[in-house]
Structure formats: C-alpha cells, structure tokens
Design a protein. Structure first.
Length: 449
C-alpha cells in the first residue's frame, strides 16, 4: 500500500491537476472568497475623517499600529470595515482552549462530546468573539472621539453615541463576516480559512513595504549596506523557517507477526513522525494577538492626554524591552500549551497498544507514553526557541536599525506555514483523485472478466 501511494504521488503532475475538476472548483472558490475579503479592506468605516486619521496613522505606523495593519491587510491603515480583522476570534480561541484545559466540564465536553461537543465549543468561541470585538470596537470609537492634544482635531466627524454605536456595529459585523468567510473556505475551499485570510492580508501588504524599502535605498535614506544585509537576512530567515517547519523526528514502530489461517500477517514496521515545531505558527499568532489587544487600545486612547495610557503605549511598543520580554514568554508558553493540546502521549501510546504496535526496547503502555513525552518535550524546547528567535529578530532590528517593515517573525512564519499546509492539502486532493481513478479502473477490469 505504501509503495502504491508513493507511485501515485510521483505520477501527480499538471495533467492530473487538469483532470481534478473538484479541486479546481475548490481553488477557484478560495480565490473568490479572498478577493471578497480584500475588497472589504478598502471599504471605509462611516463617520471617520480620513485626513485626520491618515495623519494619526502616519505618526503611529512605526509602532504597534504598523504591525496590526500588516496582519489586517492594510485595513487598519485605511480604517476600513475589516479593521479588527480576525484577531478577536483568535483571542477567543485562546481563552476557550485555556478553559478546556482548566475547567473540568469544558474538558469533558471536548473529550466525551464528540462532534457535538466540538461544535458547542466553537459556538462558545463565536459568542466570546462578539464580546471581545465589541469591547475593542467601543474602545477604538472612544479613542477616535478624543481630541488630539496638539491640534484639538478629532478623527470622528460627529462624536457621540450614534458614532459609537455605528462604529461598534460596523467593526463587529466586519469581524464576524470575515469569520464566516474563513469557515466557508475551510468547508468548500482548500486550506484553513482563518489562516488563509491572515496570509492574504500579509502577502497583499508585502509588495508595498518592499517598494517603500527599495525607494529608501534609492534615495539614500537607508544605507546600501543595510539594504543588502536586509535582503540577505530575509532569504536566510525564509530558508531557515522552511527547514525547521519540515524537520521531524521519526520514531520506529514495530508490529508483531500474527497467523491468520495458513498465512503469517504483520511483522511490518512504520514510523511515527514528530514535527520539531508541533504547534506550528499558532504560538506566534496567539502571542501577537494578546499583545496587540492592550497595545492597540492604549495607542488609540493615548490621544486623550492621559499620562498613564501614553506610558503603557510606549512600554508595549515594538522593540521595547517589556514588549520583547512578554512576546518571548507568550511564544514559549503557547508552544508548550498548544503542543499538549494537539498531541497527547498517553492517547498515542494506548492506540499503539490496541493495534499491537510497539517501539523496540520500550514496553507498551505507560513506558511508551513516558518516552513519547520525553521526546516531545525536547523537541518542543527546540521548536519554542526557534519560534522565539525568528519572531524577536525583526523586532530588535526595527528598534535599533530603523528597518521599515517586518523581515521575519510572525509574517514570514504565517506565509511559510500556510503555504506548506495549503500545498499539502492540494497534494492530498490530487492523491485522493488518483486513488478514485485507480479504483474505477480496477472495477471496470473486474466487470470485463
């Protein structure tokens, strides 16, 4: 079976893609949904003075708002209806996953509820998304109503409760619509919908940032040596991320021989692959989301002139020691936490024992679970360190070298991870199509005989 699968994988080419009509429909559907999302990032929010906001964003784009705008596909820079993007849902997912780990009733719902339990938890996540988005949107509306300390101008054209209500309804509605688009991609398209939406936003902003950087090099605003170093570093970080994301530890699994009638069955061996970075890009996204929530609100509210809000916004700005410390801590924490969520050594050991599999030199059951936990912990330490270095590198460079955009970190991690995952799903669809064709040919030959 394994050799047949490898042979089918080798035979996959553009011809097989041309015959996979269902896959083509899925890809076209995904592209269409992403186009709808990109259009939404250009629809302005009502009641906002675009000139005043453009001036405010120009002064803040080197800080936390620049990072938020990158992740939202530029919607923050234009204060579009999708300005909150998908971040409230990510924050809600973090909270729900933490609750399923510490609240016994939620843990039972996840483990024993099956598909119905999973849907119930997803529904709770949506409710929490609405709550978090409402709080964020209201804080942003209040911030846009506050007059600028120097000019006295407000971003809101007509401050008041009507502006606050319309802002909350618009931004919350935009977030929920994006969430719906992501679910449609997951169900009817190719890849993970939420990840692809974040991916599309980052990729859409990269050309503008690259042109801006090259223009600074042409005009002499950025030294030529720094520009060359930055380009080389981008390529190096990209290759490093691809290598680390594809790295894995393969554990040998042996199956004993069994006699079925007059024939000996089994006696085969396989491998249990453990990725070096089991949690993927989730820790970086979760850490960024948690840091962006208070920083964005503080950045908007700092216009009111409150000294403590300005202090918070300054301390949590990109490149600041407090920001870097919290960022590193959250990445490491979520690396271990999410790894424990997606991979349970005890369940894996029990499944191996039920199917007769074992690791050479290790007793099945508890000993196998302990060994898996030992190996997984060592891999997670390396994976968490790799994620921390890649994410903190651009922050440090931007703080001390005035590099105008992110040359690694969360952006490159998301782009690489989503690309690899989407390509893998496309290959899976092609492989399934090849199997279907092989089964049909086998049935036709059987009928002829």
């Amino acid at each position: 079976m394994a050799s047949a699968a490898e042979q089918l994988a080798q035979n996959m080419n553009f011809g097989s893609f041309a015959q996979a009509k269902e896959l083509q429909k899925r890809i076209l559907f995904t592209i269409g949904v992403l186009i709808v999302y990109r259009i939404g990032t250009y629809i302005p929010m009502p009641g906002v003075d675009t000139n005043a906001y453009a001036s405010f964003f120009q002064n803040q784009q080197s800080g936390i708002l620049g990072m938020v705008s990158m992740l939202s596909g530029g919607a923050v820079a234009r204060m579009a209806i999708f300005a909150l993007s998908i971040m409230p849902y990510i924050s809600a997912s973090i909270i729900m996953q933490l609750m399923t780990a510490v609240v016994p009733s939620m843990e039972r719902l996840k483990k024993e509820g099956g598909e119905a339990g999973r849907k119930q938890i997803n529904q709770y996540s949506r409710y929490l998304t609405v709550l978090l988005a409402t709080v964020q949107a209201f804080a942003i509306a209040i911030g846009m109503e506050n007059p600028d300390p120097t000019t006295g101008a407000t971003i809101a054209i007509d401050p008041g409760w009507f502006f606050r209500i319309t802002t909350v309804v618009t931004l919350v509605g935009g977030t929920m619509f994006i969430l719906w688009l992501g679910e449609q991609i997951t169900a009817r398209g190719v890849g993970n919908g939420v990840s692809l939406i974040i991916f599309a936003g980052i990729v859409a902003e990269l050309p503008r940032a690259l042109i801006q950087t090259l223009e600074q090099g042409r005009t002499g605003a950025m030294p030529a040596g720094l520009l060359i170093f930055m380009i080389a570093l981008i390529v190096g970080v990209l290759l490093f991320v691809v290598f680390m994301e594809r790295s894995q530890r393969r554990l040998l699994i042996q199956y004993p021989k069994r006699q079925m009638g007059n024939r000996m069955m089994g006696g085969e061996s396989s491998f249990l692959p453990l990725k070096l970075n089991t949690a993927g890009v989730i820790p970086a996204i979760f850490a960024s989301s948690l840091l962006l929530l208070p920083s964005t609100i503080a950045g908007f509210s700092a216009q009111s002139g409150a000294e403590w809000l300005r202090t918070v916004a300054a301390l949590l700005g990109p490149g600041q020691p407090l920001f870097l410390g919290f960022y590193a801590f959250l990445i490491i924490f979520f690396s271990f936490f999410y790894t424990s969520v997606v991979f349970n050594p005890e369940d894996t050991a029990d499944n191996l024992k039920k199917h007769g599999g074992f690791m050479p030199g290790i007793r099945p059951g508890k000993r196998t679970a302990e060994y898996l936990d030992y190996v997984l912990t060592r891999l997670t330490v390396l994976g968490a360190g790799y994620l921390t270095i890649v994410c903190l590198l651009p922050e440090a460079l931007r703080a001390y070298s005035a590099i105008p955009f992110y040359i690694g970190g969360t952006s490159i991690l998301i782009v690489v991870s989503v690309t690899l995952d989407t390509v893998q799903q496309i290959q899976s669809h092609l492989l399934a199509h090849q199997y279907e064709g092989l089964i049909k040919k086998t049935k036709m030959r059987g009928r002829r005989r």
